[in-house]
Design a protein around this ligand. Sequence first.
Ligand code: F6R
Length: 240
Amino acid sequence: MKIIIVKNYIELSALAADFICDTLIRNSSATLGLATGSTPLGAYSHLRDRCSSGQISFKNVKVFNLDEYVELHPNSVHSYAHFMKVNLFDGTDMDLRDFHIPCGNADDLDAECKRYDRLLSANPRNLQLLGLGSNGHIAFNEPLTPFERRTHVVELAASTVADNSRLFENDSQVPRRAITMGIRDIVAAERILLLASGINKAQAVLNMIKGEVSVDCPASVLQRHPDATVIIDGDAASLL
Ligand code: F6R
């Protein structure tokens, strides 16, 4: 695992954007695994700018997102499908037919998980971008999730619901369930880039990097990946 500690979120975002751009410049039809949440927002803003200035293009890129809330319509302003459109794709030349994300309001969620697994098997990711939960989750693979799991429906941990409530009017509106890509498919990506920023990630960063590889901290699985890079800011690195 390659660890890069930067001063702050601004540096983290610029470096993460460089990393992703490098993938797209080397392979203009790359397949990316992307994440939602606050952490990648700065990097996504750089990617939009670099796309507008012609440095990169999403025209031939395929994207597979990590997760989606259960029961939300893809057009809901709280859905992760909407998040990706507003925060990344609207500012790029991405063909939305090449954007894939589990459907949170599918009638048959088990069938939806299997459909997503088939898509993932057929479309290996060149680069998987990850954020880090304050409890060490990656995507919504909460602590104790077996590393072999594929796409599944998850009951979100209480701490995850609390962390995510900032984007809703109140706690009671935060969905309690999500569909998430499993760890097996996350680590199948050729390269992994995990970003962590802020003091509330410091313990999870410590467990991920220095703890034993264990389902207690799902992100610790990245220690076994042959090409995983972690970019963390000073606050997130403060316990290392
Ligand atoms: C989002 C995701 C989550 C977040 C994590 C950190 O698609 O899979 O694992 O990356 O919860 O969220 P933020 O970045 O909001 O702190």
